[in-house]
Design a protein around this ligand. Sequence first.
Ligand SMILES: [Zn+2]
Length: 388
Amino acid sequence: MVKQFTYKIYRKPKNKHLHRLVNLHARLYNHCIALHKRYYRLTGKHLNQYALMHHISGLKQRAGFEWIGELGSQSVQDVIQRIERGYALFFKETKRGNKRIRPPTFRPVRKYRSFTLKQVGWKLVADNIIRIDGRTHKFALSRPIEGQIKTVTIKRDAVGDFWVCFACDVGDVEPTIAATGNTGGMDFGLKTFLTFDDGSAIQSPEFFKQGSHAIGTANRSLARKKVGSKNRSKALKRLARVHRTVARQRDDWQWKAARAVATKYDVVWIEDLNLTGMKARWGRKVSDLAFGNFVLKLDDVLKSNGKTLSKRERYFASSQTHFACGYVNKALTLADREWVCPQCGETVQRDVNAALMLKHGRAMSWGGDGIRRALPAAIVDTQESPSL
Ligand SMILES: [Zn+2]
């Protein structure tokens, strides 16, 4: 298994060299994008990454392109592969009929974030000192690096700080969360972050709200600063810092929540929500809660503990259907947190009902008499959604 170990590089004047390296990679990235675009314009075909690689390595000798020589050949390769991955995704999604996806495009140098080195171009000269491009950089070794280092990525964040990120092969990982034998369904919500089928829940923490308040304050402060002024660039940095703090708090909380879920269940059923679908349902706020990120974390925690996350089709979790009797409440609106089922008279907790629907899926079906019966096993198998 590959694990990421990220450490902060101490803020030093010599970090300007790292800035320069990231900027040069950005320049190369944009140059490659330009070549891709031109090639397509002239031939109507996608520029082959190996041809591009060959072209770039020949470019070094040409006047005006000496700077490419400053970059390691592997990190040049990495820039080209990043673009290639972007195109691969674009082709795949276009084929699937996704019209919103765009091919990789130019990126402002200021916003370009990182470059990646593989086996060469770096050396650990001590536990917490890395040499890059002939200069040593000390980083805060907050925990030991484990396993075998595969790649080293230098990242620049919006605040202007640098991070060194080691991707390490740590081999097989022993589960740290015990098996429970339980299967559960859970539903996502705005106020109640997760509702489980047994009625328990995880609430969204208050600091999510505090975070968006702090972002709002920093944003308004930025809006008052004159464009191009020094105060404006300071305010920008402050805003970036607030965003970073909020993102870290959210990440930390989400990892803990993911572990809590994994401690409860071995198999977790969730609704297969695409982000567009979620936005349609709950509006812009969804991105604040970053459900998508949480699902990735949850999948990671479950997998590394030998557990599974499974998704069901969206229509499936329909909160409109009463799990106990199969009555479909067409009049249900988003505001209804609970309703009384006219068919069986039971009070239905909306989220718990959805979680139950997710957990049991189509394994149960309702007859016309309102009695739930298990479907034959063969049907259940073929209708099971694939895991992530
Ligand atoms: Zn009912």
